[in-house]
Write a protein that binds this ligand. Structure first.
Ligand code: CA
Length: 232
């Protein structure tokens, strides 16, 4: 199998070196750029399987690069992991909102970075409509989309329609962080006005109903929520 190609856009030489070293050691083919413009050119030329994108870059910053990649049809589906500094939560929310797949916060361990890289490559691009008859099983929690029901063990869990959509959506994309806006748009949408549009309220209700399995839904402080990916 051909090695997967990863492009790293990072202006700090020492961090770039660490990332390149770890990716190469895992057998990935690594190419790199030091700024956003050069990165964009390289991505269009090489068509990588994944982009690791630093947010703070000279000239064109990471958010702008991400936005441009999502604009071009040929680069739109290339997964992006943002590499961020501490305290860049609002940029993370912005980046996830425009289509970045995940992020790592500096300083990160090589193990954490490689975990993210593998998880994103394994997941592939975000699929909006997972199979309607899909059944998701995690420990004793069974989410049955076909029957529109959730059980913990043998016990049925009474969720509202919104709670069900929210839980099913999160569980269909384990390990992926979604912002509150993304969850709102994808599970409540524009049409329903009778429903509480505060995502936190619904998440709290779901957790309460899941009881001892509430840890399956993780809060990502300042960013949003994700369903725990047990493979990571
Ligand atoms: Ca930087």
């Amino acid at each position: 199998m051909k090695p997967e190609k990863v492009i790293v856009i990072e202006d700090e030489a020492d961090i770039l070196e660490v990332i390149e070293h770890n990716l190469a050691r895992e057998g990935y083919r690594v190419l790199s750029a030091r700024d956003g413009q050069e990165g964009l050119r390289l991505i269009k030329k090489e068509g990588p399987d994944l982009v690791l994108l630093d947010l703070m870059l000279p000239g064109l910053d990471g958010i702008e690069v991400c936005r441009k990649l999502k604009e071009y049809p040929i680069t739109r589906s290339i997964p992006i992991i943002m590499v961020t500094a501490k305290g860049e939560q609002s940029d993370i929310v912005l980046g996830l909102g425009i289509g970045a797949d995940d992020y790592v916060t500096k300083p990160f361990s090589p193990r954490e970075l490689m975990g993210r890289v593998k998880a994103v490559l394994r997941r592939g691009p975000l699929k909006e409509d997972r199979g309607a008859g899909e059944r998701i099983v995690r420990h004793k929690v069974v989410i049955d989309a076909g029957r529109h029901e959730v059980r913990v063990g043998a016990k049925p869990v009474a969720l509202t329609a919104t709670e069900f959509r929210l839980l099913h959506f999160l569980a269909s994309h384990p390990g992926r962080v979604f912002t509150r806006d993304q969850l709102l748009n994808r599970t409540i949408g524009e049409a329903v006005i009778v429903v509480d549009r505060n995502i936190d309220v619904h998440i709290r209700a779901i957790r309460r109903k899941l009881g001892s399995y509430q840890h399956l839904i993780e809060t990502i402080r300042g960013v949003g929520y994700r369903f725990r990916d047990e493979k990571e």
